[in-house]
Design a protein around this ligand. Sequence first.
Ligand SMILES: NC(=O)c1ccc[n+]([C@@H]2O[C@H](COP(=O)([O-])OP(=O)(O)OC[C@H]3O[C@@H](n4cnc5c(N)ncnc54)[C@H](OP(=O)(O)O)[C@@H]3O)[C@@H](O)[C@H]2O)c1
Length: 299
Amino acid sequence: MRSVLVTGGTGLLGKGFEETAPKGVSIVSVHLRDYKVPRGRAEHVSLDLRDKRAVEKLFAKRRFDAVIHAAGIASVDYVERHYAESLESNIVSTLNVTAACRTRGIHHVYVSTNAVFDGTDAPYRESDATNPVNKYGRLKVECERLVQETLGSWTIVRPILMYGWNRTVTRPNPATWIHEKLMRGESVELVDDVRENPLYNLQCGRALWAALRRKPKGIIHLAGKDRVNRWQFGLKVAETFGLDKSLIKRVDSSRFPSIAARPPDTSFDTGRMRRELGIAPMTVEEGLRDMKRHMEAGA
Ligand SMILES: NC(=O)c1ccc[n+]([C@@H]2O[C@H](COP(=O)([O-])OP(=O)(O)OC[C@H]3O[C@@H](n4cnc5c(N)ncnc54)[C@H](OP(=O)(O)O)[C@@H]3O)[C@@H](O)[C@H]2O)c1
């Protein structure tokens, strides 16, 4: 593996992927908006993946051994309210990137999600039937299908809810959002009826590198060890960062009637991740402690 393209490289997942890169691999990282990303391990390029000609030009100019395709609108609530724009962002981008991989025989790792499940029968294995409860889940199922039906060499990874430290311009994740609110002394309402085994973004990065090395065909679930609800996760954030737990209010989903439906429990079975990628899931405490170390080191 000498050269890898990662799309959505400024996102939380892309950051985890870049930070865990092995030596000697060159990484081109694509994002959408026109801003300068400080060069780390990757060369950052601003490019709209909905633009087929721009995608073809990139692949014609550079040679990639593999592609991690993670770009697209990934906010569940944004997708629910702006479906046409989100379809274009995710489906058209995936069409363009898969086409470029197909014609060149490049291994494609598509980044999907736990939102493909309805959350009524956890823990979920890779072979379980998908049944999304919101528009975001539906469009990711379509992208998975596109990858499976049009490519010869592919892996689909499904990361679950992710958290981690991302200093670049990006949307907040559960840990940074709770941390910021508690630091400001604001109260936080967290639901106790949505449950996952959350994934630390650097662990996700290591799993992606293992997927590139081993190229397993099929779907692989990526998740952490602890199955927690959002309220329990918030308490762990407060404990790890020494913040005031009493600001965290326990509520249920009926408190937020206007947001997109969430599947109640999409926790993953991580057997395939352990066996085929050689990655042992981290506890929430281990992930948060590592995140704190990175924040304090100014990384
Ligand atoms: N975060 C989670 O908890 C989670 C959980 C499960 C699955 N996933 C999946 O993991 C992947 C990455 O998620 P994330 O949370 O890291 O994403 P994110 O933080 O929302 O970042 C999205 C990335 O996609 C780029 N992008 C969006 N539209 C683009 C376009 N048309 N052309 C080029 N780049 C474009 C953005 O660029 P800009 O920076 O320029 O906007 C950014 O780099 C997604 O596929 C998501 O579905 C995420």
